[in-house]
Design a binder for this molecule. Structure first.
Ligand SMILES: [Zn+2]
Length: 395
């Protein structure tokens, strides 16, 4: 570091350091870009970008893609990509009724993954124990060299987390997890350092990084699965709220005299729209089908099931249209198992949003299914683990 008299960093050294950090952040957040694109994205001069890029190339933390040109403006013509050191990270995604785990290289190439049904809401300790066993099996089976062994695990949890993101902050939503220090407990069980976030937040981060939201800075990600959670992204940043509970739209009240919800209130969105509720409604119509959950995509071919899915989509769309009035997102990205059931759910949702959201069709909110499907939350857990790993090695 260039220091002035008195030990302070000089302004030019600080500008260079910030330019490097900016270049690195852009390259690690998405696909290959040119130097000209870096200038525009960061609002920096060409000379500042060239200097930062040259330094990062010399360090080996970024590289040039062979054979591609950014238009031939001077010497540096090739597009730039982030380079990652060897090693792996682990991800765990807890849903309300499943656990998914994965192990990936630091460029997020997945080496192996597993997903199993589990009643996660019932008992935090049992769920953490089961997840640790799945992770141990995955690591054992991955055939890793000693230098590739993971040390960090990213974890997604289907409930609001406190500001320090160590434990569930709500005494009503996911109440059997409330007060458990998840970072410490999962660390003890897995032998890994743990970073943790809400599952919908991780789905949003993954879709922003390499999914349906790559071209949006303002969007809402919705996970419509065993519960309904959302993540609001404003100017590329996750909105967490005062107590980490921003986006818990599953507990938006639709009817004061509706069915009782697991949160203690009545008539919440989740009592009408969730995988469980939709399957119950469809199950009444097709009582002979043995495993409704497994057969959801096939069931969606039946006309009455299609009506149920479309109506569920319209109901969720009404809640999202209200959010659009408040937050003015450019897009809604819809993930979770309900999206697997075919196009009717998304079509119903889109219908409500386009009918109700303002200012109307001339400036409509785009509705997309999650590009990463039901793996979005798991990929997000790998992403935060990777970023934590890089922070330990490159600052
Ligand atoms: Zn509720």
């Amino acid at each position: 570091m260039d220091l002035e008299e008195g030990g302070r960093e000089s302004s030019s050294a600080r500008s260079h350091r910030l330019a490097q950090a900016g270049v690195l952040a852009v390259l690690r957040s998405g696909p290959a870009v040119s130097r000209a694109e870096l200038e525009r994205a960061l609002g920096l001069s060409r000379s500042a970008v060239v200097k930062a890029v040259d330094h990062l190339l010399a360090m080996g933390v970024i590289g040039e893609e062979p054979g591609q040109s950014d238009g031939g403006r001077g010497r540096p013509g090739r597009r730039l990509v982030a380079r990652y050191p060897g090693g792996t990270v682990v991800g765990i995604d807890f849903g309300h009724d499943h656990i998914a785990v994965a192990i990936a290289d630091l460029d997020l190439t997945v080496r192996a993954e597993d997903r199993t049904p589990f009643p996660v809401d019932d008992d935090a300790n049992a769920a953490m124990g089961a997840a640790a066993e799945l992770v141990a099996d995955l690591i054992d089976g991955a055939g890793l060299a000693a230098a590739e062994q993971p040390t960090i695990c990213g974890v997604g949890v289907p409930g609001p987390l406190d500001a320090a993101r160590r434990m569930v902050s709500s005494p009503t939503i996911l109440r059997n997890w409330s007060g458990v220090d998840l970072v410490e407990e999962l660390g003890l069980r897995t032998g890994l350092s743990v970073v943790i976030d809400n599952d919908a937040n991780l789905g949003a981060i993954a879709e922003l990084h390499a999914g349906a939201a790559v071209s949006y800075q303002n969007f809402i990600y919705v996970k419509a699965s065993g519960g309904v959670g959302a993540c609001v992204v404003i100017n590329g940043q996750v909105l967490r709220g005062h107590a980490g509970a921003a986006g818990e739209i599953g507990h938006t009240q639709l009817r004061a005299d509706g069915a009782w919800c697991r949160c203690g209130n009545r008539g919440c969105l989740e009592t009408v729209v969730s995988v469980g509720q939709v399957l119950e409604q469809i199950g009444n119509l097709y009582p002979g089908v043995p495993d409704l959950r497994e057969n959801l995509p096939e069931l969606a071919a039946h006309p009455v099931a299609r009506k149920v899915l479309a109506e569920s989509g319209r109901t969720l769309g009404m809640v999202l249209a209200n959010l659009c009035a408040l937050l003015d997102p450019a897009a809604l990205v819809i993930g979770g198992e309900l999206v697997l059931a075919g196009p009717e759910f998304i079509a119903g949702l889109d219908e409500s949003v386009q009918r109700l959201a303002q200012p109307g069709r001339d400036n409509q909110v785009h509705v997309h299914p999650a590009a990463l499907g039901i793996r979005a939350e798991l990929m997000g857990s790998l992403l935060i683990a990777r970023d934590a790993q890089l922070a330990t090695t490159t600052g």
